[in-house]
Design a protein around this ligand. Structure first.
Ligand SMILES: Nc1ncnc2c1ncn2[C@@H]1O[C@H](COP(=O)(O)OP(=O)(O)OP(=O)(O)O)[C@@H](O)[C@H]1O
Ligand SMILES: [Mg+2]
Length: 312
């Protein structure tokens, strides 16, 4: 089966800086791959190489089954990219900017105008469509930059932190718009610092640090693997938290045990889940009644910090 993107031992160095230091991954058609990593991890460099803007130092990259160095022109025609740096023509009106972009991609007249209209509505650009780019706010400008890329049909889209500067509503609109296109067959490579976004959009996430991929899985898989500390909260019926602290302390030795309310105890531990059964058993042996139990699943944010922490 042909892969949309195949990357094998890719390296890109700028003199002594190994910006990308031997990464490998595959991306199937119609999927969203998320790249998560701290500043300077190598996300943008990877995008630059994959979009043929810079040449790799070594390694293999195949896109649509073809080598990117040998077939760059052909590959480029079928991909879109929203780079991290703002790019806009200061004096160009928003509606004209979209038109021009469609024209550059050789979109036929009617399709171009329809698409521009659709995008201006979707990305809520209508109210400032006749303003010049440099009169716009940062978030508005970013929306134009992203919308513009959808002016042409493509099979693969690279988005380098596309939601930076966007308000929550605009962010959700963008993510949903991308999702809609993914359902229509688009493949997406996406970078972000925002864990919820990665979780919302991505089928697979790679965590990159210092040029190396240090973890890769589905969002759910990552949370299971690196979930780390989980918290269990036990709410008691007719007993105070204080009165059972000792019982729980004996079982959950080494965990963080707190009273979060008069009748509620929180136990934080990597083994919280396993401990829970023992705690319930012990409480019932001591005739302590439990009102309810709740577990807080780890967030992707915690996963990220755990994995990055181990990688340094
Ligand atoms: N043109 C360049 N010349 C020299 N070094 C570079 C160049 N581009 C990137 N680097 C270095 O490569 C490393 C990776 O940079 P990159 O821009 O890929 O990080 P990033 O993961 O995109 O970070 P951010 O989250 O801040 O966007 C950094 O240490 C950076 O200084
Ligand atoms: Mg970057």
């Amino acid at each position: 089966m042909e892969l949309c993107v195949h990357v094998s031992d890719l390296r890109k160095s700028y003199r002594e800086v190994h910006a990308v230091d031997g990464i490998s991954f595959d991306l199937q058609y119609g999927r969203v791959f998320g790249f998560l990593g701290p500043n300077g991890a190598g996300k943008t460099t990877t995008i630059r190489v994959l979009t043929t803007l810079v040449k790799p130092t070594s390694g293999i990259v195949k896109i649509f089954g073809k080598d990117i160095v040998k077939h760059s022109r052909e590959i480029r025609k079928r991909m879109g990219v929203v780079l991290q740096e703002p790019s806009f023509e200061a004096n160009l009106r928003v509606d004209r900017a979209l038109e021009l972009y469609g024209l550059m991609w050789g979109m036929p007249g009617e399709k171009r105008r329809d698409r521009a209209r659709e995008l201006m509505e979707k990305f809520e650009l209508v109210s400032f469509s006749n303003m010049k780019n440099d009169e716009l706010s940062i978030g508005q400008r970013r929306r134009v930059q992203v919308a513009r890329e959808f002016m042409h049909d493509m099979d693969l889209l690279f988005l380098d932190e596309p939601t930076v500067g966007l308000d929550p509503a605009a962010r959700r609109t963008l993510l949903d718009y991308v999702k809609k296109h993914v359902r229509g067959g688009l493949t997406v490579f996406f970078t972000t610092h925002i864990m919820e976004e990665a979780e919302y959009l991505c089928d697979e996430i790679a965590i990159i640090n210092k040029g190396k991929i240090i973890a890769t899985d589905t969002p759910v898989g990552l949370k299971q693997k690196y979930g780390g500390v989980k918290a269990v909260e036990i709410k008691l019926k007719d007993s105070t938290a204080q009165s059972v602290m000792q019982i729980i302390g004996q079982i959950a030795d080494g965990s963080v045990i707190e009273m979060t309310a008069q009748d509620t105890i929180r136990i934080s531990s990597a083994e919280a889940q396993e401990m829970l059964v023992k705690i319930i058993e012990s409480l019932s042996k001591n005739a302590v009644q439990i009102e309810s139990v709740s577990m807080n699943p780890p967030t992707l944010e915690e996963v990220f910090l755990t994995v990055i922490g181990n990688g340094t």
